[in-house]
Design a protein around this ligand. Structure first.
Ligand SMILES: Cc1ncc(COP(=O)(O)O)c(C=O)c1O
Length: 383
């Protein structure tokens, strides 16, 4: 059953009309209103070379919009290039001494894992935590924590299984022990209701090209902590509070902006930020809770279809532990070939075939996909 039935929403995504698009976890198709946001920037650039002052005003408006969307203050949000940049800033900002450790789940996204693994030569121990069940919570990490544990770095939703980790439980456990929790929210922001303050994280990073519907090249980092707790990795004019109006960098001590702006370097991705303003408006016009229910309902429908065909799911079945991502245990080259021939866009991932929904998908899309699975099963049976 679809929760979002407005034809106007689907009509904004021509790619979802042209293909059976089940690949939101890879990237979402461009919406016409987001394209209009990008065009507004390009038109101004073309006609007037744009007063940069106006564009920077727009940056601050969109920063405020984004901050409200994730339940935090504007001065706690920095724009970045992508998730990896935000995670690296956080991973290199956490203070640790030789012999301290950080915990990651086995199978974490490499863009999260490498930010920490690369620090091992300096003496950081990275503990890879096995998962005893299909999602992670405080009990998953607790046996691996000791007095030298400085951070837990975890994805909110995992890209290879769709499991929704219980970040609030992990932070509640970690805060009591003075452990920082750094969250990769690339797969959840814009799809699930992410309230970063309520989650209690030390930092949360995401890109904008999946649930936030903007083309690649824009991300953000949320952190409520000041430079004492999370200093920036690199510093440029954008992060310096006491730069001179002459733009001569003098010998005086460098004072950083107290908020997340200290993490920002150089010029912004102005077109993408204009696009983000439009995409947040679109998402908010529908409502993030509705989008979350929508993708979970499409998931219910898919699971019914899979059960009827005896196709196992790699990730959790329980509604509270899943998301918009469903990985089907369908081994072999037969299935990717069939999906390509049927004009279905999805992603083979390490444990199976990943189907992922967005606000533009409909109940009919799921029916069509299950029908392709049924025909595939039949053909396999006749081989
Ligand atoms: C969990 C997760 N983190 C990060 C990324 C991407 O990182 P970046 O935004 O740096 O390209 C992806 C997928 O592309 C992802 O699934």
């Amino acid at each position: 059953m679809s929760v979002i039935t407005d034809v106007g929403v689907r009509a904004q995504f021509p790619a979802a009309e042209n293909l059976l698009y089940l690949d939101a976890a890879h990237q979402t198709p461009l919406a016409t209103s987001v394209r209009a946001g990008l065009d507004a920037f390009y038109d101004q650039a073309l006609r007037t070379a744009g007063p940069k002052r106006d564009w920077l005003t727009r940056v601050e408006e969109v920063r405020g919009q984004l901050a409200r969307f994730i339940g935090v203050n504007a001065d706690e949000v920095a724009f970045t290039k992508n998730t990896s940049e935000g995670l690296n800033v956080a991973a290199h900002g956490v203070r640790w001494e030789r012999g301290d450790n950080v915990l990651l789940l086995e199978g974490e996204h490499p863009n999260n894992a490498y930010a920490w693994l690369s620090q091992r030569p300096q003496g950081l121990e990275v503990r890879l935590v096995p998962e005893d069940k299909k999602w992670a919570d405080a009990d998953t990490f607790a046996p691996y924590v000791d007095e030298r544990t400085r951070a837990i770095a975890v994805s909110h939703v995992m890209f290879h299984s769709g499991q929704r980790n219980d970040v609030a439980a992990v932070t509640a456990f970690a805060q009591r022990r003075g452990i920082e929790v750094i969250v990769d929210a690339m797969q959840s922001v814009g799809v699930l209701n992410v309230d970063a303050r309520a989650l209690g994280v030390s930092a949360l990073a995401s890109g904008c090209h999946k649930g936030l519907l903007v083309p690649q090249g824009l991300g953000f980092l949320y952190s409520p902590h000041d430079a004492e707790r999370l200093p920036p990795t690199y510093v440029a004019l954008a992060g310096v509070a006491n730069s001179r109006s002459s733009l001569v960098a003098g010998p005086e001590p460098v004072h950083l902006y107290p908020g997340a702006r200290r993490f920002e370097i150089g010029n912004f991705n102005l077109p993408a930020i204009h696009g983000l303003g439009a995409s947040l408006a679109l998402i908010e016009s529908i409502g993030i809770d509705r989008i979350e229910r929508h993708v979970l309902c499409l998931g219910d429908q898919l699971i019914d279809g899979l059960n009827a065909l005896d196709i196992p799911l790699v990730g959790p079945i329980e509604r509270g532990h899943r998301s918009h991502i469903y990985v089907l245990d369908l081994p072999g080259p037969f299935w990717p070939e069939l999906f390509a021939a049927e004009n279905v866009r999805l992603s083979p991932v390490r444990d199976g075939i990943r189907v992922s929904f967005g606000l533009y998908n409909t109940s009919d899309d799921v029916d069509r996909f299950v029908d392709i699975l049924r025909r595939g099963r039949k053909r396999q049976g006749t081989h």
